[in-house]
Design a protein around this ligand. Structure first.
Ligand SMILES: O=P(O)(O)OC[C@H]1O[C@](O)(COP(=O)(O)O)[C@@H](O)[C@@H]1O
Ligand SMILES: [Mn+2]
Length: 658
């Protein structure tokens, strides 16, 4: 900065700190924050619409709340009381309802519980400044909680005051509300910041509920997953993305996410499917139904018809996108033109396969990608619904503002899928337009990010918008998409071909090469990170614990935390997900056993059994000063120092309020 710019900058700063005293106070405050232990970061990925399991992991903070209770009461409380206390903190409203019905001496229970909650709150808030905790307090109880947190009941004269507050809370019948407020505060205190490494959507029943929770969460960032970008494309109005979203919801009998969650009208698709697919059993399109759930035969039949109808619409629309975008190099997915409609066969990569079903009532073999007028009406109406859904648009805006292709945070590099590599370990190149510039590595991810963001905000029916929407579709499924990371998506083959060898999807070279620490180093260099301190954190690829796979790769430099929240994948993986915790003491991977349901968690106090694996233990506890925020604070401290000097040298005059 030249001295003129610097003085202008300092003058602006002097508006916030008009006197030496005020600048000094702020400097002392910031310095104090630098010396506090660093806040706890939690990392979750691949939630896939499992709102109940997600909520539970968030509420129990990957087992951290349970640990805090045990630290405090492990020696004095029975296991069943510890469990009860944990359940109360996770689900205060529901648990209170039960307690109020069952407890014989409610007054005593309130008193004991309130004391315990205050102690837990004190313990979990001890590493934050008063002002930070104050900001977290619910307005109604802010003053009382602050008093209780900072009083020392063991000091005789204070004890009366402390007891009086608690007794008053009980006597004015505010105990329930107060307990809810304290429990929520504890939940907030144990997770300072949340990272979601992608794939919130699809497969499970409640992605909209997960989004709503994230929307209201106190501190969160997201790295887009291939399923998230698919929904972003759909919400922007991209027809192939819309068809795919609807197809996946039908496949997993999760249409209520669309209908009830987002108010999408599926009636036009249902009536179309009943009319055009009446002559087909659509057996290969039967929805997957999660265990324990039952659907009437008639509903299964209707969903199967809708499923097939929208799948065909998807394959037609995808054909057009591929034809319009030669730079995508995806001609191997032009399935509808590979079919011999007389023989009922398809030729893929030189081999001919019999089709399981030859019932294509809407496909014109001469022009297979052409939608019929009825299909056009269906997709137009769906598009209208997607774009008019306020809740969906709100959630997608949130994905744009809080989300990105990747994030570098406290020296860790977070992204959902991969950095596309060639087999020789070099970064794979992608060209966005014919004859255009080649992008690879960090620049490729930055370019994708910019196109998605600019296009999302661009005006309707502009070229920019169209390009960006096709790119979102590419990011969902394209061979060089960092979010997808596979050579193909064999959706068509799975529906229409018996031979399972056609279902193979080849993962990008990244997934084998990255097991080598040197490869991680190359990526850290590319992103300007210190390979000594950094980790790559990925989701996307389920870790098959059953087969002995580990989430820790490349000598601890790469952590893959997709352990499968998705119930649909749990049989395969054997567990119910990994989460990662990064606190002032180090880095921990937590593996979770399957979560049954919220009802059982409350009634039977069933917690997820989580086992914690220590990855790195800090010899010296990490402080805010060692984090990215710390770096910003240090630079603010430096600015304040300069301001104070400018005041002292008379280059800027102090302003005292009259
Ligand atoms: O299990 P399904 O429904 O067939 O989905 C499989 C498809 O999902 C994908 O794995 C993508 O989803 P993920 O990002 O969750 O892995 C595709 O590669 C694959 O074709
Ligand atoms: Mn994924």
């Amino acid at each position: 900065m030249n001295s003129e710019t610097e003085i202008r900058y300092l003058k602006l700063l002097s508006k916030l700190y008009p006197t030496i005293d005020e600048a000094c106070t702020e400097m002392i405050n910031l310095q104090a924050i630098l010396n506090l232990p660093k806040g706890t970061e939690h990392f979750l990925s691949d939630i896939h619409g499992e709102d109940e399991a997600f909520n539970h992991v968030l509420k129990n903070a990957s087992g951290v709340i349970r640990k805090k209770i045990t630290d405090l009461y492990g020696k004095t409380l029975e296991e069943k009381n510890i469990k009860s206390l944990a359940t109360l903190i996770y689900y205060p409203e529901e648990k209170l309802e039960l307690v109020c019905k069952q407890e014989k001496n409610l007054q005593d229970w309130y008193r004991i519980t309130l004391y315990r909650l205050i102690e837990i709150c004190k313990y979990t808030s001890s590493k934050y400044t008063r002002s930070k905790v104050r900001k977290m307090l619910p307005r109604e109880f802010a003053y009382i909680i602050e008093e209780l947190l900072h009083e020392q009941p063991e000091q005789i004269d204070k004890e009366e005051y402390y007891n009086a507050i608690i007794n008053t809370i009980i006597s004015v019948e505010k105990a329930n509300e107060f307990i809810v407020a304290m429990s929520e505060l504890i939940q907030q205190l144990v997770i300072d910041h949340l990272h979601i490494i992608g794939d919130i959507f699809d497969r499970g029943p409640g992605a909209d509920k997960v989004m709503e929770t994230l929307y209201h969460y106190h501190s969160v960032d997201l790295q887009w997953g291939n399923h998230d970008i698919l929904w972003m494309g759909a919400a922007s109005g991209h027809e192939a993305c819309i068809a795919t979203v609807v197809r996946i919801c039908a496949r997993y009998s999760a249409l209520s996410t669309l209908e009830d969650g987002y108010g999408i009208n599926l009636l036009p698709l249902a009536t179309f499917a009943m009319e055009f697919y009446n002559g087909d059993l659509c057996d290969d399109f039967k929805p997957k139904i999660s265990s324990g759930k039952m659907l009437p035969e008639s509903e299964i039949r209707l969903i199967s018809q809708m499923h097939k109808a929208i799948a065909i619409i998807q394959f037609k629309l995808e054909g057009s996108v591929i034809r319009n975008n030669p730079t995508f190099h995806m001609n191997d997915r032009l399935f509808l033109e590979m079919i011999d409609y007389k023989e009922n066969t398809i030729k893929i990569d030189g081999s001919i396969y019999q089709l399981k079903s030859g019932y294509f009532p809407t496909v014109n073999p001469e022009n297979p990608y052409l939608l019929t007028p009825e299909e056009i009406e269906v997709i137009e109406k769906l598009k209208y619904s997607f774009k008019k859904s306020e809740r969906l648009q709100k959630h997608m805006d949130f994905l744009i503002t809080k989300g990105s292709m990747y994030l570098s945070y406290n020296s860790n590099l977070l992204y959902h899928g991969c950095i596309p590599l060639n087999k020789d370990g070099s970064f794979a190149k992608f060209i966005f337009e014919e004859g255009g510039q080649e992008y690879k590595g960090k620049a490729l991810l930055d370019r994708f990010d910019a196109i998605v963001r600019e296009g999302y905000l661009a005006l309707e029916r502009t070229k920019e918008k169209e390009v960006s929407m096709d790119i979102m579709w590419y990011l969902w499924t394209g061979p060089l998409s960092p979010l997808f990371g596979k050579d193909k998506m064999t959706t068509f083959q799975k529906y229409f071909i018996e031979d399972k060898s056609t279902y193979n999807e080849l993962k990008n070279a990244y997934y084998t090469l990255i097991n080598d620490e040197h490869m991680c180093q190359m990526i850290f260099d590319e992103f300007g990170l210190d390979s000594q301190k950094s980790h790559i954190i990925n989701g996307h690829v389920p870790v098959i614990t059953k087969k002995g796979e580990s989430p820790i790769k490349a000598n601890g430099k790469l952590l893959v935390i997709d352990g499968g929240f998705s119930k649909a994948y749990q049989e395969k993986t054997g567990i119910a997900g990994y989460t990662l915790v990064n606190n002032s003491y180090g880095l921990f991977i937590v593996s979770h056993s399957p979560f049954e349901d919220t009802k059982k968690a409350i009634l039977e106090e069933k917690d997820i059994v989580s086992s914690i694996l220590i990855l790195e233990n800090e010899v010296i506890r990490k402080h805010v000063g060692d984090t990215d925020i710390g770096r910003e604070l240090k630079s603010s401290i430096n600015d304040l120092k300069n301001l104070i000097e400018a005041y002292r040298k008379g280059r800027i005059k102090e302003k005292f309020s009259k």
